[in-house]
Ligand binder design. Structure first.
Ligand SMILES: *Cc1c(COP(=O)(O)O)cnc(C)c1O
Length: 354
């Protein structure tokens, strides 16, 4: 039986994409070769890479605005240091909203001064700080749009004349934003775009080439741009599956259409968390994420019953991150509303039985 997959990442992908991707493992585009054994320089794969890069910009509304899309490797974790390597000359401003922000800050400190403009660490990252000032003498401002582990999400972004860099790993392509406010966006594929193994980087070209340090080729965004994201062998299969997912998203009506579905899923689950006395949400209401909903039981003695019921209903991946505990329902683009309904039914059944 196919499970209801609430995994935080790697995460659920559209069933159609998995079908098509599995077919390409056997025979890619009727080439008589598997996607796993073709050259990344072959005409068919170069076309995939080019279309994927173009489609990413198109879906975000960034075509013809001076941006380039790259599919790199090393995960969002490598971007923590690549961003600083390429952009941090003296000082950068960072907003600390969770584990991933903190890791980005740690890496940036290897390259220059980091000014943490605000942090929610003292409240275990259960809210998004607001009303902070971004100094004018920084090279850029860095934030994390969605905190996958704690379940908070930035609903508004600060206005600053400084370049904005954003880790959108867990909510890219999930909601409409003015993406042109950002100068560099990065996202590991495995949260909302594809399988693990590639990272999407969207960068405004005029941001680059300003630091004085030497940058090793593999870590230099300019080198990857010059080589059309093929400086070295790209992650052929993860790029291909990401491409299929982006095509799927476009066929669904793009970000606007998927956002409406994501809002419905989140509203369904949060209203159950709010009305069911056996559950309480982890985060401040106004900051809760439409991608990752974190919650706890109010009575821990029901844990075994609840988890047995989840298992019987075919629900997978609901455990909270090991650093937070409790539960976390990740409701990425490909998760159907029906799966959320199954979860909500289990939660209300538990209340009826308790
Ligand atoms: C998962 C995640 C990361 C780390 O991604 P890797 O691809 O494992 O390096 C970074 N930032 C956010 C917001 C994430 O959710």
């Amino acid at each position: 039986m196919k499970k209801h997959n609430f995994s935080a990442g790697p995460c659920i992908l559209p069933q159609e994409v998995i079908q098509e991707a599995s077919q390409a493992v056997l025979d890619f585009n009727n080439t008589g070769l598997s996607i796993l054994e073709i050259s990344h320089r072959s005409k068919d794969f170069v076309a995939v890479m080019e279309d994927a890069r173009q489609l990413a910009l198109e879906l975000l509304g960034l075509e013809g605005k001076g941006y380039k899309a790259l599919f790199l490797q090393g995960g969002a974790s490598l971007e923590f240091l690549m961003v600083a390597y390429n952009l941090l000359e003296k000082k950068a401003a960072y907003l600390n909203t969770g584990t991933w922000s903190a890791k980005a800050i740690k890496e940036a400190r290897l390259f220059g001064e980091v000014n943490v403009v605000a942090s929610s660490e003292d409240k275990k990252f259960n809210f998004i700080p607001k009303g902070y000032m971004i100094p004018t003498d920084v090279d850029y401002f860095h934030c994390t749009s969605n905190n996958t582990i704690f379940g908070t999400q930035m609903k508004v972004f600060p206005s600053t004349p400084k370049p904005m860099v954003c880790d959108m790993s867990s909510d890219i392509f999930s909601r409409e934003l003015d993406f042109s406010k950002f100068d560099l966006i990065y996202a590991g594929a495995q949260k909302n775009m594809g399988p693990a193994g590639t990272t999407l980087v969207i960068v405004k070209e005029d941001l680059l080439g300003k630091v004085t340090r030497q940058i090793p080729s593999m870590l230099d965004y300019k080198v990857h741009i010059e080589k059309d994201s093929m400086f070295n062998t790209p992650a052929v299969y993860p790029v291909y599956v990401s491409y299929l997912t982006l095509k799927w998203l476009k066929a669904q009506g793009g970000i606007k259409a998927i956002e409406e579905k994501n809002e419905k899923k989140a509203a369904l689950l949060y209203s159950e968390i709010d009305i069911n006395p056996l559950f309480k949400g982890y985060t401040a209401t106004e900051d809760r994420s439409i991608m990752n909903a974190t919650f706890n039981l109010t009575d821990e003695s029901l844990k075994e019953d609840f988890e047995t019921m989840l298992k019987e209903a075919g629900i997978n991946g609901l455990n909270g991150h090991r650093s937070v505990g409790g539960y976390r329902a990740s409701m990425y683009n490909a998760l159907p509303l029906e799966s959320v309904q199954v979860l909500v039914d289990v939660m209300s059944d538990l209340e009826r039985k308790a």
